[in-house]
Design a binder for this molecule. Structure first.
Ligand code: UDP
Length: 186
């Protein structure tokens, strides 16, 4: 489908991202699930945005199977939620700064509460629900707080559009995580 998926296991993928965070390298990650891949195939503008990412993970067993059929195999499925969860644990061990953007107000409130108790060393430098109108204002708060990681959970295509537009505001990692905040709070 013309999408250069990262040729890495889940563990290798997370390690690469950790290295880039430590090196303060600006990074854009797309975890491409089947919906994202199908949408990108039909929408040139979105596809162009996805192709600006530094890493595109194959978040679907169908993608892994298709890669095998095409003789360009990928080691395994690399999911958005696993990547999010692994980066959360690592950030706790490293006292990293995270900005959480997206999901409903009640979900983001539950998330900050859970992080405070289960990941007390993570520095939550921002927690903004995904129902905002003023992108510029939100982007400014991200720039001012200089997070190591910005998780954007506003659903596709909006999360990738937002990241592509604002990623240069930090030296950290930006990743669209879809419904991961909802899953995290349970
Ligand atoms: N969401 C949001 N703002 C919006 C629309 C959706 O923050 O304007 C959030 C929604 O609350 C959910 C997340 O985006 O937490 C993912 O939504 P969805 O499952 O529709 O997207 P997908 O996982 O398919 O990308």
């Amino acid at each position: 489908m013309g999408i250069p998926f990262a040729n890495a296991t889940q563990q290798q993928f997370v390690r690469q991202l950790q290295k880039r965070i430590v090196a303060q390298q600006n990074t854009f990650v797309v975890t491409a699930n089947p919906e994202i891949v199908m949408y990108a195939a039909q929408n040139q503008k979105y596809r162009d945005i996805v192709l600006t990412a530094d890493y595109i993970s194959a978040d679907g067993i169908g993608i892994v199977q298709a890669a095998k059929t095409l003789h360009t195999p990928l080691p395994e499925r690399v999911t958005g939620y696993e990547t999010f969860a692994s980066l959360m644990s690592w950030s706790e061990s490293q006292s990293r700064k995270i900005y959480f953007l997206g999901a409903k107000p009640a979900v983001i409130a539950a998330l900050t509460k859970k992080v405070a108790t289960q990941y007390p060393h993570i520095q939550v430098v921002g927690a903004q629900d995904g129902y905002f109108n003023d992108d510029t204002k939100v982007a400014k708060t991200i720039q001012e707080s200089q997070p190591d990681i910005v998780f954007v959970a506003t659903g596709f295509p909006r999360q990738e559009q937002f990241i592509a537009q604002h990623r240069q505001l930090t030296n950290g990692l930006w990743m669209g995580v879809g419904g991961s905040f909802d899953v995290f709070v349970g």
